[in-house]
Design a binder for this molecule. Structure first.
Ligand code: SF4
Length: 302
């Protein structure tokens, strides 16, 4: 006999171990959408006449992000959504996800802009990866992507920059910062972290587990994956992911506990360690805490 949904008499399609609930397709979709809408309302309320830039790689997370923001805000004439994709220049990987991003933006009728490392920095990620360098490839990629997205969002007059970090990403980031003892970075994770010169980054998916994002994407006909980035194995994040997945398996709810525990101490953190006012990078003009921004430092600009 099939297992039934705990909210109705239909067949269950998922068992949420952390909540103890069996859910059918309808109630699962409702649950994911409720969590996303609640996160937007509680952490990132949308005011009148906002432009929201949405970072979309074309993978499942950012596709669900754009789809949901369009579902929630698409009918509001005073809100402009602009999808931003970044072509880092990773051979055999990025062009597939960019096609998916383009297809989804077209399907939803959302304006879509593709930015590229080659145009912005005059080098591709593949070229940077070949350098003799101290830091891992993902450190360069992450910093440069953040910088290019912020610059474009500012140029568009965006008041928010939405990114598709899910519960797993957030839990991994919190744990990584703990492992590195990087309290300053933790303070910047406190939502909403508003700093002059940086467009407010919002994470509407932060309370939805990665597996549920994948299932929601599948049920909604959204792109799932276009393979793994050839550099992904280099990141320390992979080790933390394995560790947290193992914990979640043995102790369901670990990732939620990590995130909600962090949110509880977030207020104290931001009160005790206020982020200093930002300056402008001497080379590129982007907001940063020192004389040079991280992107210019990594690119060796003096
Ligand atoms: Fe960039 Fe690393 Fe992500 Fe690849 S895995 S796209 S190199 S951050």
């Amino acid at each position: 006999m099939s297992i039934k949904c705990d909210k109705c008499k239909h067949d269950s399609i998922i068992f949420q171990r952390y909540s103890g609930m069996h859910l059918c397709k309808k109630h699962f979709v409702e649950d994911v959408e409720r969590k996303i809408k609640l996160t937007i309302r509680k952490h990132y309320p949308v005011k009148k006449n906002e432009t929201i830039a949405v970072a979309i790689s074309g993978g499942k997370d950012s596709s669900v992000l754009l789809y949901m923001l369009h579902k929630v805000l698409g009918e509001r004439p005073d809100i402009r959504l602009v999808a931003l994709s970044v072509d880092e220049g990773i051979e055999g990987y990025r062009h597939k996800t960019l096609e998916q991003a383009r297809g989804l933006a077209d399907r939803l009728g959302v304006e879509h802009i593709i930015l590229s490392f080659k145009e912005e920095y005059d080098r591709t990620m593949d070229e940077i990866a070949a350098w003799d360098r101290e830091k891992g490839t993902c450190s360069y990629c992450g910093v440069l992507r953040k910088s290019i997205l912020n610059r474009k969002a500012l140029e568009l007059g965006a008041t928010k920059l939405a990114i598709g970090h899910n519960l797993d990403d957030e839990a991994q980031t919190i744990m990584l910062n703990h492992l590195k003892g990087d309290v300053a970075r933790m303070v910047r994770l406190v939502p909403p972290c508003e700093l002059e010169g940086l467009v407010l980054r919002i994470k509407p998916l932060r309370f939805v587990p990665e597996k549920e994002i994948a299932m929601y994407a599948y049920l909604s006909g959204l792109p799932l994956s276009a393979g793994a980035c050839p550099y992904s194995h280099e990141a320390m994040r992979g080790e933390v992911r394995e560790m947290l997945d193992d914990f979640e398996d043995k102790h369901p709810g670990t990732k939620y506990a990590l995130l909600s525990g962090f949110d509880k101490i977030a207020d104290v953190l931001s009160r005790e360690m206020p982020i200093a006012k930002l300056a402008n990078c001497r080379i590129c003009g982007q907001a940063c805490s020192g004389e040079l921004c991280q992107a210019c430092k990594l690119l060796g600009k003096q």
